[in-house]
Design a protein around this ligand. Structure first.
Ligand SMILES: Nc1nc2c(ncn2[C@@H]2O[C@H](COP(=O)(O)OP(=O)(O)OP(=O)(O)O)[C@@H](O)[C@H]2O)c(=O)[nH]1
Ligand SMILES: [Mg+2]
Length: 295
């Protein structure tokens, strides 16, 4: 069941149990009273689903429905409608810039993407755009060795835009998929945010085939959406990778990102290995949160 979503399914077990429990408590009811609604609101909120979305679910469940469809299926239907966005991993352009706050999983995601595209037969180049820490360069170097993909780095400069330019220029001329790692930063650091904007601007001189993906730690929950909003002010965020959904994450962040910000989630990270990246599939994702009757 659920094939490649198995790890997410395992990771979100706690959330799913709570949600499933709430739905089983109301399963025999033909209408929902205030305490049932409160119970549902509570467990959906604990799953990191934002209030406007919860309100939509509750409003729908308050509508009389004489068909046999059950409460959970109705909630699933509402939530799925929130995840409808014309997204496809095929929309991702040749150059990918990964941005996000410290430790969200950018470098690991760069490695995962490198493996993903290599295994699809593409030539891949990693760009060490985190020039501030020697350890950061070593980390991506280790991945490039392990995955046998080209790495562009420059120990003689701390200017990430310069390394990114070299990487994209050489990568495009070789027909490679170019994945640019960047240093983690807080959205409140204006200088570092301007630097990201500069990286993007400099790469744009080489090509317009750029997709900027924000890497979000799924454990951070609702706060991460504020970070998304701020990053999106400095450079257009084209899509999202949500990481660590194999861990203690509650899971609901993807719903809010897509429905309130209209930014697609392309991939999710479900582990620390280079093959722990899977395309985001709305229906499977919802089953990970709400449960699946076949579970
Ligand atoms: N369980 C799990 N761990 C992950 C996942 N993605 C990344 N990690 C771990 O999270 C930690 C941080 O990952 P990095 O890829 O170094 O994060 P980063 O965003 O590059 O960090 P900075 O460069 O310091 O900003 C590492 O220990 C990774 O192994 C994931 O999907 N699941
Ligand atoms: Mg990093």
């Amino acid at each position: 069941m659920l094939g490649i979503f198995k790890k997410t399914f395992k990771g979100l077990e706690k959330t799913r149990k709570k949600v499933a429990n709430a739905f089983s408590l109301i399963s025999n009811k033909s209408y929902l009273d205030e305490s049932d609604i409160e119970l549902l609101e509570d467990c959906l909120s604990q799953a990191d689903i934002s209030y406007p979305i919860i309100e939509n679910v509750v409003d729908e469940l308050k509508v009389k429905d004489s068909s046999s469809i059950n409460w959970k299926d109705r909630a699933h239907k509402v939530l799925l409608s929130k995840l409808v966005i014309s997204q496809s991993v095929d929309d991702i352009k040749k150059v990918i810039i990964l941005v996000g706050i410290n430790g969200s999983g950018k470098t690991t995601s760069a490695a995962k993407l490198a493996q993903y595209y290599s295994s699809n037969g593409e030539k891949v180049c990693l760009v060490a755009g985190d020039t501030y820490r020697a350890a950061a360069v070593e980390q991506i170097e280790t991945w490039s060795d392990r995955l046998n993909v080209r790495l562009v780095q420059n120990p003689n400069t701390t200017d990430p835009a310069s390394v990114a330019f070299d990487g994209v220029e050489s990568g495009m001329s070789r027909g490679e998929r170019v994945i640019v790692d960047t240093a983690g930063r807080l959205h409140t650091s204006t200088n570092l945010m301007n630097e990201l904007e500069k990286i993007h601007r400099v790469i744009s001189k080489v090509t317009d085939q750029i997709t900027t993906l924000m890497v979000i730690d799924g454990n951070i929950g609702k706060n991460s959406l504020m970070q998304l909003e701020h990053f999106n002010k400095y450079l257009n965020i084209d899509g999202i990778i949500i990481t660590k959904l194999d861990g203690t994450a509650k899971g609901g962040v993807a719903l809010t990102a897509i429905s309130e910000y209209n930014i697609p989630v392309y991939y999710i990270g479900v582990g620390e290995g280079s093959d722990d990246l899977i395309p985001f599939i709305p229906d499977d994702y919802l089953k990970s949160i709400l449960g699946d009757d076949g579970e």
